[in-house]
Design a protein around this ligand. Structure first.
Ligand code: ADP
Ligand code: MG
Length: 678
């Protein structure tokens, strides 16, 4: 009944139907759930509680005759003096000359508009004769099309509510409704459109927020469950003894957080299901070690592994550190765009034959020419830098391989459970012992002299420094020029006592490699670079990170850059050179100097930027909620997540009559079916 066309509602037809359709309202249900985007309030408050420049409603007695003044072309200003409590307040109406006839001295009127605290004046947008009590205290405001009035929309929704509201089924199980004291769906719907009070409106919103979150969480978790059941994975029977031997050969012992994440990964790999797991850990928390052990496990199970990373530098670095860990126990190869000709051919052949155990590389890995013999484990580092299709292409190079995504961008919990609701998540929330937090300072750009002196001191102590140049686009010639200019300036200052190097995206890969080698070997002491060193680069002897124009970077990026230092037991420093103009920029600098905890930082970043911006514009994959707000209502989100998990795990979701409505909705959801075909 509710999914009948909207023109079944009394009074809807012809033009109105068309307009509603244009707003996306096709069915009666669509209309009922077309929620106001805000509410106009006509609640009268004492004058002393009104807020300057904000919307207010006041009720008062007209003193004297309203005065009308004309100016410009057909413009007018009507000024009315109102007696409100002990105050004489001016109510000003523009271009409503006609109102003069309707308002007389001694009348009681109610006006709504913008309040000017200093002049005790209100600029009226709405007025009504009589007391405020005679009107609906809270009015819904809907978004409209041009050829439609608010009155019409309100009336149309009202008739839909009167006619069909009672047919709106309850879908939440009684248990939750009573536990959280949520109004029924029908009641909440009425309050959303015609709130009787702020309190009732709040409860209605609370109900729909929870409902939305619960449905979303159920959908994600159901999807995760169905995917696991529907797709065969491979049960990788790794050799535990060899694996233990490998881990014992490390020059350090794993942190507890590394051990826990590793256990979760190995369990997934051994299970017959396909692993779909995200490994989160702050820069330097030791994800690479965990990845290496997972790779080793896969190879002892007779499979191959692939590690895909976003940049060549990172690929080379991973290749080197993994080779160091594996020694000659595994056959490791590197494949990037700059490996060409005969060498490339040999690698490709060996990968296909299966003589190469681990292939590490960039996007080069997903080219058609790359064919694995038996790919068992796929690892994607900095996974948010790859598109969905790229990740899928790599996965499809094996037969149901286990997949591990890694990210050094600590993702706020609220986002993690929404954006990655269909993945399992492991978190490394502990740093290897002995690390000292990076001391972070915010300096104004004109303090560069002191910064140069500071770098000098660290170099005299045998340490190294990064100087990061402002640039956003790696391809931007101007920005490259900035780095080159700075490089020359620093050369003049430090050379020949210390050597300055230059690194940017436009360099040839041999040149990049050469520069990185020299920096790693401490032949270069100061590296001027663009953000290409942002991810993964590991030179523990570097103790200073200077970031120019730091206000141009987001918190997560600054944190990534800062993560290049503090990678040993030496005290490290990060200096942010910035003159931010706005409050948000200043706030960012303050936060950076106050915390080095990536998770804390990401929560703050989320608050400053909002969820849409968090992952950048390119791919956000953030769900849109109609009523709920992931950031504000994160507790409801957390509750819904737990409730969804409980319902699915206990089997109540599948069996109980209470869940039938939601169950039917979800199993008919087109999105779920499509995902399952993937
Ligand atoms: P991530 O990939 O998370 O940024 P890495 O795996 O590159 O971190 O580790 C950073 C540094 O810490 C490396 O030099 C690595 O050898 C070292 N490391 C990793 N795990 C430990 C540990 N448990 N104890 C001490 N050092 C560790
Ligand atoms: Mg790493």
């Amino acid at each position: 009944m509710l999914n009948e066309p909207v023109d079944h509602v009394h009074g809807v037809g012809g033009k109105l139907k068309e307009t509603l359709n244009e707003l996306g309202i096709l069915t009666i249900e669509d209309l009922l759930f077309y929620f106001p985007f805000r509410y106009d309030s006509y609640e009268v408050k004492p004058v002393t509680e009104l807020m300057h420049d904000e919307k207010a409603t006041i009720e008062g007695k007209v003193v004297g005759e309203p005065s009308l003044a004309f100016y410009g072309k057909r413009k007018s200003k009507l000024t009315i003096t109102l007696q409100v409590e002990q105050f004489a307040i001016k109510a000003v109406m523009f271009n409503r000359a006609f109102a003069k006839k309707q308002i007389q001295a001694g009348d009681l009127i109610t006006v709504t508009g913008k309040w000017d605290q200093r002049r005790l004046q209100i600029t009226v947008s709405n007025y009504k004769k009589g007391s405020a009590d005679d009107q609906e205290p809270i009015q819904p405001v809907y978004s409209l099309k041009e050829n439609m009035t608010m009155t019409k929309m309100r009336k149309t929704i009202k008739s839909a509510l009167d006619e069909y509201g009672a047919h709106v089924p309850e879908i939440l199980p009684e248990k939750m409704r009573s536990a959280y004291k949520l109004p029924t769906r029908h009641e909440a719907l009425r309050q959303m459109h015609y709130p009787e009070s702020r309190v009732l409106l709040k409860h209605a919103r609370r109900r729909f927020t929870y409902e939305e979150f619960l449905l979303f969480q159920l959908k994600m978790q159901l999807l995760r469950k169905l995917k696991k059941e529907a797709t065969e994975g491979n049960a990788q029977n790794y050799d535990n003894e060899r694996l233990t031997g490998f881990v014992d050969s490390f020059p350090f012992t794993l942190t507890n957080a590394q051990k826990k994440s590793l256990a979760e990964i190995l369990k997934d790999m051994k299970s017959p299901y396909r692993m779909n797991r995200l490994l989160q850990g702050d820069v330097g928390s030791g994800k690479t070690a965990v990845a290496a052990i997972s790779i080793f496990a896969s190879v002892t199970a007779g499979k191959q592994a692939a590690l895909m990373v976003p940049t060549e530098i990172l690929a080379e670095q991973h290749y080197e550190s993994l080779q160091e860990l594996f020694g000659d126990r595994l056959n490791t190869a590197l494949l990037t765009g700059s490996i060409k000709g005969k060498k490339r051919k040999e690698i490709l052949e060996a990968v296909e034959e299966g003589t190469i155990d681990v292939l590490i590389g960039t996007h080069a890995l997903i080219q058609d020419e790359v064919i694995f013999n038996d790919l068992g484990l796929v690892i994607v580092d900095e996974q948010h830098r790859f598109g969905v299709n790229q990740r899928r292409t790599l996965r499809q190079k094996g037969l149901h391989p286990d997949v591990l995504f890694m990210t050094a961008t600590p993702i706020p919990r609220t986002l993690a459970i929404t954006a990655f609701g269909d993945m399992d998540v492991s978190v490394i929330n502990e740093m290897p012992a002995g690390r000292k937090p990076v001391e972070t300072h915010w300096a104004k750009a004109d303090m560069m002299d002191r910064v140069l002196g500071f770098i000098q001191k660290e170099i005299d102590a045998g340490h190294q420094a990064y100087v990061i140049c402002p640039l956003i686009e790696e391809s931007d010639k101007l920005d490259i020029q900035n780095a080159v200019d700075l490089y020359h300036q620093l050369q003049t200052y430090y050379e020949p006592a210390a050597k300055v190097g230059l690194m940017h995206g436009r360099l040839h890969s041999d040149e990049k490699e050469q520069v990185m080698k020299e920096f790693a070997a401490n032949e270069i002491q100061i590296l001027v670079s663009t953000t290409v060193v942002e991810v993964g680069v590991n030179v523990p002897n570097a103790t200073v990170m200077v970031i120019y124009d730091a206000e141009r970077f987001g918190l997560s990026q600054l944190h990534q850059l800062r993560g290049r230092v503090g990678r040993s037991d030496k005290q490290s420093y990060c200096i942010l050179l910035a003159d931010p103009k706005g409050e948000i920029g200043k706030e960012r600098m303050r936060i950076m100097t106050e915390t080095t905890d990536g998770f804390e930082l990401s929560e703050q970043d989320l608050k400053l930027r909002g969820p849409g911006d968090f992952f950048g514009k390119k791919q956000s994959g953030m769900p849109e909620f109609k009523v709920g707000d992931m950031v504000h209502d994160y507790r409801a989100l957390e509750t819904a997540r737990q409730d969804a998990a409980d319902a699915l795990e206990s089997g109540q979701f599948e069996q109980d009559a209470e869940w039938k409505e939601i169950r039917d909705t979800l199993y008919n959801d087109a999105g779920i079916r499509e995902e399952l075909l993937d």
